[in-house]
Design a protein around this ligand. Structure first.
Ligand code: 5GP
Length: 207
């Protein structure tokens, strides 16, 4: 049975380990998934490459993409635009890949509104203490930046219950496996298999 892919949104607190989980999921099960690359107006960080982490665009270029409806969703986050290009997502879903958008909450909720069968996953460390440890553990952030991220996390936590599943990032390998299994299970939801149900009904009636 040829199946269309599922659109999956992954959000989570800064420091929750989303990036690491995505990387491992793709290493293990890369042929099932396609990771969407967003467009952004923020500057590239050292080591980032245009077309790999993001499509880095000027504000003018980004606003042109908005006007021409080339983005599924976009949001402003910390003074910059971020958005999901439409064509790649549609192409990969049609090929049967599950397409993952790693985006923040405003964008996630917009995608869910537009495409209600999107699977929303929220990545969180097992405790606030662990979140703080991870933000400190990067070693690159000042106390002020850490506090501001903790405050943002507190704002973001208000929307956790809008997500379909929580992904608790405790032990990486378990967490990746659990995420993959949740997605496999999602493929078996009856409302995603109406053609198969119709086929079974017909066959059993002897038609
Ligand atoms: P960063 O600048 O650290 O790479 O990303 C900042 C935030 O923007 C992260 O929460 C990331 O998930 C989110 N983000 C990245 N791409 C998109 C996008 O296309 N749309 C939205 N709404 N958020 C995005």
């Amino acid at each position: 049975m040829e199946e269309r892919g599922i659109l999956i949104v992954v959000s989570g607190f800064s420091g929750a380990g989303k990036g690491t989980i995505m990387k491992r999921l793709l290493e293990k099960y890369g042929s099932d998934y396609a990771l969407s690359i967003s467009a952004t107006t923020r500057d590239p960080r050292p080591g980032e490459r245009n077309g790999r982490e993001y499509f880095f665009r000027s504000v003018e270029e980004f606003e042109k993409m908005i006007a021409e409806e080339e983005l599924i969703e976009y949001a402003r986050y910390v003074e910059n635009y971020y958005g999901t290009p439409r064509s790649y997502v549609e192409e990969k879903l049609a090929e049967g890949k599950d397409v993952i958008l790693e985006i923040e909450i405003q964008g996630a909720l917009k995608v869910k509104e537009k495409f209600p069968d999107t699977l929303l996953l929220f990545v969180t460390p097992p405790s606030t203490e662990e979140l703080r440890n991870r933000l400190t553990g990067r070693g690159t952030e000042t106390e002020e930046v850490i506090e501001s991220r903790m405050r943002r996390a507190s704002e973001e936590a208000k929307f956790m219950d809008r997500y379909d599943y929580l992904i608790i990032n405790d032990v990486l390998e378990n967490c990746v496996e659990e995420m993959h299994q949740i997605i496999r299970g999602e493929h078996r939801r009856s409302y995603r298999n109406t053609d198969f149900i119709e086929y079974m009904k017909k066959e059993l009636k002897g038609e």
